[in-house]
Design a binder for this molecule. Sequence first.
Ligand code: HAM
Length: 425
Amino acid sequence: MGKKFQAMRGTRDVLPGEVEAWQAVEDTARRLSSRYGFREIRTPLFEATELFARGVGDSTDIVRKEMYTFPDRKGRSLTLRPEGTAGVARALIEAGLAQPDRLHRLYYLGPMFRYDRPQAGRYRQFHQWGAEVVGTASPWADVETILLLVDLLTGLGLEGLVVKLNSVGDGTCRPAYQAKLREILTPRRAELCADCQERLDRNPLRVLDCKVPSCREIVKGLPPMLDFLCDPCRAHFEAVKSGVTAAGVRFEIDPGLVRGLDYYTRTAYEVHHGKLGAQSAVGGGGRYDGLIQELGGPSVPAVGFSMGIERTLLALEEEGRKPATEVSAIYLARGAGLGGEAARLARRLRKRWTVYVDFEERGLGAQLKQADRLGARVALILGEDEAKAGEASIKDLGSGEQRRVRQADLEEALEQTLRGPVASA
Ligand code: HAM
């Protein structure tokens, strides 16, 4: 026997039965994105390592510990994308589309890769839906991205959601805050975890995000960034808060929310779900007015978020919600030697419905059992008698009622049967 393989740690297969829920979330994300006027962008799964080092920032855990980085055959350092925003910014700059006076509303769906310790809601390959508005500094763009994220999650039926909002300031006011944090934390350096001792040197803001309990205690006593905002950052934050309130979405101010990526300026937000345990952020984002310039483009302000598909599905499961599956599938059972005729009929009916055709030469009972297993609503039976008469039998698998109809009238007859109430099993 050959060696058996397993999916790599932190990666998962999505099998039929599970994939329907994925598709429902993805379809809803696409539909809602386009309702909001966002168009899809697709960027490569790997990029130059330097893009993420500069974009996401080398003080972040993502860049320091979590990237899948490897040399290609020519010795270039490549990295599997840990997130989507840096790639989108690179693509816009490369295409000459990142311009101060051009507005882009973009969304993407796809896998991201982070080498982190896997646990519930945390994987090494995971999937995001993300949306970015590039080319405006208006707080209304921040508001709209928050609404888009919240609309998707509530549209899927989720209830236990908490929107958290903060401002991380900008290049004018943040340095004074960072200096203040250093001033307070340096004398207490020895009390910080090893990671935070390094963070203190590289970017003390990252200490606010530490999950180690002893660091959390120290963080509690620190002044919030909000006390340090310059006037324009404060005005922006007030505008975002009033916009979200006006739209009827409730939120909390979380002064400790700094996000795990370095590119944020001003607005930072996350949406959490109460039943997800330690990995409770379903989505998060914020404004990144400096990223495009940092990556070699012109100064173009932008804002956006990403939502984790796996965590969204976990939240749906926790709330006992299942996305709807198709209820109108037809199973075409056929007599021996009628394969060709069944294939022809099935092609015709697939213009309107899902049709399964039985592949085996076997008894009607076995075929109907298979129809049941697949959750078909109706069995269409093409036996020898029916075929000779140019007819077929329609069996409602809920009620058990059966009738024969002319093949020429099949669509109309099936329409009638499928329109009837779904009998509960
Ligand atoms: P992020 O907060 O790093 O932001 O990730 C966004 C979401 O992706 C998280 O809230 C979570 O649902 C999901 N996620 C992250 N890591 C994992 C993981 N290891 N396993 C499963 N799910 C995960 C970003 O990625 C930014 N690019 C968001 C953004 C877009 N900011 C501006 N524009």
